[in-house]
Write a protein that binds this ligand. Structure first.
Ligand SMILES: CC(C)(COP(=O)(O)OP(=O)(O)OC[C@H]1O[C@@H](n2cnc3c(N)ncnc32)[C@H](O)[C@@H]1OP(=O)(O)O)[C@@H](O)C(=O)NCCC(=O)NCCS
Length: 163
């Protein structure tokens, strides 16, 4: 049974391992070099309202995570948070992403967050499906905004108003 709970320091290496695979092999992130553990530690230690890191745990294994953090650093964006979610390849398609997001969005509502933004690099029907299922709406597309693996990639902005 997969359990969703707040991440702790002990979960960070597993979170990093899941993300690093996507950095190296996928387009869902525009990072091309795996970030160091301190990148994740900073997210975990953030005390800004609306910042969370959650993990999905199956027995002793972290099979996925979701987080919320700054959308853009300027002060006026304070009540907007950007969310993201990643699962290990074997955990996809079985409702774990939905459970992580449902819990994350519940926490964001309780924190008084006004708008949630997600950025989806295309194509990604799984992420589009998850965000649509959670009530997000497509807000627009940026064409050829990134280049990875020698090709141009579009991103879609998705938004969810919480208040
Ligand atoms: C995107 C991701 C997190 C989705 O998690 P998941 O556990 O596979 O998704 P779920 O099984 O919880 O499905 C959630 C919803 O999306 C829908 N969905 C999932 N995959 C879909 C697909 N390929 N096409 C259409 N809808 C899809 C499901 O029907 C479900 O809707 P429901 O709750 O109304 O039944 C997961 O596939 C993943 O980790 N992908 C790689 C990393 C990534 O792309 N992260 C997103 C970055 S923006």
């Amino acid at each position: 049974m997969t359990d969703v709970r707040p991440a702790t320091e002990a979960h960070l290496p597993a979170i990093k391992a899941i993300y690093d695979v996507e950095v190296r092999t996928g387009i869902s992130t525009f990072a091309t070099e795996p970030p160091c553990l301190d990148y994740w530690r900073e997210r975990l230690e953030s005390t800004h309202p609306g910042d969370h890191v959650l993990v999905a745990v199956d027995g002793d294994d972290v099979v996925g995570y979701a987080y919320s953090g700054s959308y853009r650093p300027r002060e006026a964006y304070a009540q907007t948070r950007e969310t993201s979610v990643y699962l290990s390849s074997g955990a996809r398609g079985g409702g774990v992403g939905r459970r992580l997001y449902d819990e994350l969005l519940r926490r964001l509502r309780a924190d008084g967050v006004r708008l949630v933004v997600a950025v989806i690099a295309l194509p990604n029907p799984g992420s589009q499906g998850l965000h649509r299922a959670c009530g997000f709406e497509r807000a627009g597309v940026l064409h050829e905004v990134g280049r990875k693996f020698d090709r141009w990639i579009d991103t879609e902005l998705w938004e969810l108003r919480l208040t």
